[in-house]
Design a protein around this ligand. Sequence first.
Ligand code: SAM
Length: 215
Amino acid sequence: MTMTPERWAFLNSYAREVFGNQDEQMNGLMDRAVAAGLPRIAVSADVGQLLKILVSLTPGRLALELGTLAGYSGIWIAHGLAPDGKLITVEYEELHADFAESEFAQAGVGDKVEVIRGAALGVLPTLRERLGEQALDFVFIDAVKSEYVEYFAAVKPMIAVGGLLVADNVYGTGQGWIDEGYGTDEFNRLVAADPDFETTVTPMREGILITRRVR
Ligand SMILES: C[S@@+](CC[C@H](N)C(=O)[O-])C[C@H]1O[C@@H](n2cnc3c(N)ncnc32)[C@H](O)[C@@H]1O
């Protein structure tokens, strides 16, 4: 049997249907976001579930997300945190940040989530000063794909030993794929070769890299 584009599309919607259980608010979130002028580029529900599970496998004290959009992935991450855990999420677009803050409040995680407005590469050095070394249990990278190498350099010292970093779109996006010369090939190889990390990839959606700091 061959893997065809049609079969791949079917398997992705099958994964969303079977593994992407979510409540009413999450069901309607991206439709509300699109109506408010945001693009429909959030992770899928099955990937959201993966994020929640991975966060909950860490101590879940402090998580960082780069690229908030409408708050969809952030809500999944927040649900995986420890009871007193916190998510800091960084977003460049004011419209997206405003919308996400309202959805975080509706999801009941408003008190656990801080939205920082600004460009990730500008915000990260300030965050490093504020949080110190090895403070993060979980990082989700999902902002500008061409900046992933710089994000990794900036967040690496902030990740606790045993902490996880997850990155979306590591096989590419609708704009281009690894085999076409686009995507995050340099980032993927950099993280995979880093002796301080154990790294793998899952082909869910557009490729999800998962890495754990081991020393
Ligand atoms: C793919 S979307 C994030 C999707 C979100 N993580 C989810 O799955 O629900 C990328 C987001 O990054 C934001 N963004 C773009 N440039 C950025 C930058 N330099 N720093 C931080 N965020 C940025 C975009 O405005 C957009 O909201």
